[in-house]
Design a protein around this ligand. Sequence first.
Ligand code: LLP
Length: 377
Amino acid sequence: MGFSTARMPRLRTSWERLEESHHWYAIKANSNLKILQHLRKLGCGAVLVSGNELKLALHAGFDLTKCIFNGNGKILEDLVLAAQAGVFVNVDSEFDLENIVTAAKFAGRKVNVLLRINPDVDPQNSKFGIRNEKLQWFLDAVKAHPDELKLVGAHCHLGSTITKVDIFRDAAVLMVNYIDEIRAQGFEVDYLNIGGGLGIDYYHSGAVLPKPRDLIDTVRELVLSRNLNLIIEPGRSLIANICCLVNRVTGVKTNGTKNFIVIDGSMAELIRPSLYDAYQHIELVSPTPPDAEISTFDVVGPVCESADFLGKERQLPTPAKGTGLVVHDAGAYCMSMASTYNLKMRPPEYWVEEDGSVTKIRHGETFEDHIRFFEGL
Ligand code: LLP
């Protein structure tokens, strides 16, 4: 895996007049420690979905009071960590609220909570968030626990790979209406958390897609009109296109119908194509001579699964054995979703400075790492 600082995001975005507003980076997208430290230095808080992500955020030096713990299945043990650390917590369901109250009692500390609301047009299919028609139940439950819970805001997350900011504005309109309703009952609610979900140009089509700053611009006036602070939770849009997976061609074969480029990388390191049929742009490292014959290839890994592919029907010149092959835009949901299936150990990660110098920022895993799990049993 390789990351390029030259393409790291510049977060000096337009928070104008939104002073207490925040970029909270979704750690699940990429949890490399160096990346986290870098984003923290740029001013990000963090979006956490497990106790281990919370511990990692602490390790990376994040101010945990500028972090939020999201999730539909947060376990009590992790909620206690969050309560102790002063992390904001999203309320996702009735049982989640009960657990947050228990965690607050255990930690001896009031928890700042946001209600995760579903502005989704199709909430029936979402396993996340409260049932909006039960909003009053949640408000009463918060009122019933003044020593354990402080309601500070409302949260929503609209989905993934969103390419237009309009739907954030539509969602924000709905959300501020909910916030008006909540405030009308005496709650001092300060935060609107509009979630993450911005897409990137995976197809390298040259399309100019909205960036976090465009999202902020889209909702700024509405947020200001209610005197709210805005939180956004970008993951992919901060990190996806600064990284690529670097592979080596093991060989080229045909089955009579299809041609295959077999590489050393696979669904173990980068599962998005296999799992979602997602497109990741692929290029050979060596420049293609102008007269090179182009053929159609599936780019596949060595994993013992027919689903193991990185790209289908790609027009490429026939590479020689050992040629480098790059899968682009591997910064988000690739290494963080990698497995050791077929005992392919997770690869090292490298950081490329703007001057071209390269530093290792994660060790590659080894067979010995695997064997260690069985020692001393
Ligand atoms: N906030 C919440 C509540 C989320 O559920 C997510 C992502 C984010 C923020 C960050 O969203 P982003 O800006 O990265 O889209 N594995 C899938 C993506 C799963 C996203 C899950 N939630 C993929 O590879 O496309």
